[in-house]
Design a protein around this ligand. Structure first.
Ligand code: ZN
Length: 316
């Protein structure tokens, strides 16, 4: 009989849980809005309830559980060190309440690292041995699979590709440095770029699209598709920078493939083409053969990533 695991994807807006088979089929799923202004204890209780609900709705009984969440995670201690989604979530052990309630081993993983292993096992990274995964969304995250195993580094930080420096004189990043990839190209960075264009009165098209809303990366993209040359140039430049970052990493890691996921991919070739060109322009020797693939897991990437980590931990 096939084994199953419980997976939870703990995001800024949604809390999802599922019972997942070894083949990556989602057998049952539950989905709730992430509680706002909740205490860490009430959030943990909600996560545990959701996992129990997902387990009870299906069969066979899960062999393990894993929670994927944004932030700094100490996977070996089952601890969230810092989670941007939940204020007050600091140095909290999340795995103990899960394993006590469900009676199975429980694990936790950074969501981008989990996404990398999910792509490797179930998605666009299938068939590779070494994989670099980049999540391109509000922020920039990543995960590294080496020899078929998730690479966590000494303290679980590995894969934080958003914080490689592209311009030491660039904009300030949340991590405290300047000119990080994430500070230059991300949902937040594109929104900042849109705001600056508006402040300088440089795009009537963008001005009309934004109206009274907060400028966003989506506004920038819509203006570009409506023929605004400045907005399009910003996105293409962002793609170019992304390619420089990923190309540098490819030269260090020499993966079989780079897989990409995240909301910024809605910008399509306008972003991806200059990214691909810049990445290959840096390629050192055999790095020129590195494949670039788009995620095939869609909305389920977080759940399947968590499930992939649970299976890896069970078999590790
Ligand atoms: Zn940074």
């Amino acid at each position: 009989m096939t084994r199953t695991v419980l997976a939870a994807d703990f995001g800024g807006t949604h809390l999802r849980a599922a019972l997942v088979s070894e083949a990556g089929e989602i057998l049952t799923r539950v989905d709730h809005a992430t509680p706002e202004e909740a205490t860490p204890q009430s959030v943990i209780a909600r996560v545990v309830d959701l996992l129990a609900e997902a387990a009870e709705a299906g069969s066979p009984r899960p062999a393990a559980a894993c929670i994927a969440t944004a932030g700094l995670i100490n996977a070996d201690e089952g601890k969230v060190i810092l989670a941007p989604n939940i204020p007050g979530f600091r140095n909290l052990v999340l795995t103990t309440p899960v394993s006590e309630r469900l009676g199975v081993p429980a694990f936790i993983e950074n969501d981008a690292s989990a996404a990398a292993l999910g792509e490797f096992r179930f998605g666009a990274g299938k068939g590779t041995r070494h994989l670099l995964h980049a999540t391109l969304g509000t922020g920039i995250g990543g995960g590294i699979v080496i020899d078929g195993k998730l690479y966590r580094g000494a303290k679980g930080l590995a894969g934080e590709i958003g914080h490689i420096i592209l311009n030491p004189a660039g904009p300030k990043c949340n991590c405290g440095s300047r000119g990080c990839l994430e500070a230059m190209v991300s949902g937040v960075a594109f929104a900042d770029r849109a705001r600056r264009i508006l402040d300088q009165g440089k795009s009537r098209v963008l001005h009309e699209i934004v109206g009274y809303e907060d400028p966003s990366a989506t506004h920038l993209y819509i203006a570009a598709t409506k023929g605004d040359a400045l907005c399009e140039a910003e996105i293409r430049h962002g793609g170019h920078l992304l390619g420089l970052g990923l190309g540098s990493l490819v030269n260090v890691l020499n993966p079989d493939a780079v897989t990409l996921s995240g909301g910024l991919l809605a910008m399509g070739e306008m972003l991806v083409r200059p990214m691909r060109e810049a990445m290959y322009s840096l390629a050192y020797g055999p790095a020129a053969g590195t494949l670039i693939r788009l995620s095939t897991l869609g909305e389920d990437a977080g759940l399947l990533g968590a499930a992939a980590v649970a299976f890896e931990r069970l078999d590790g």
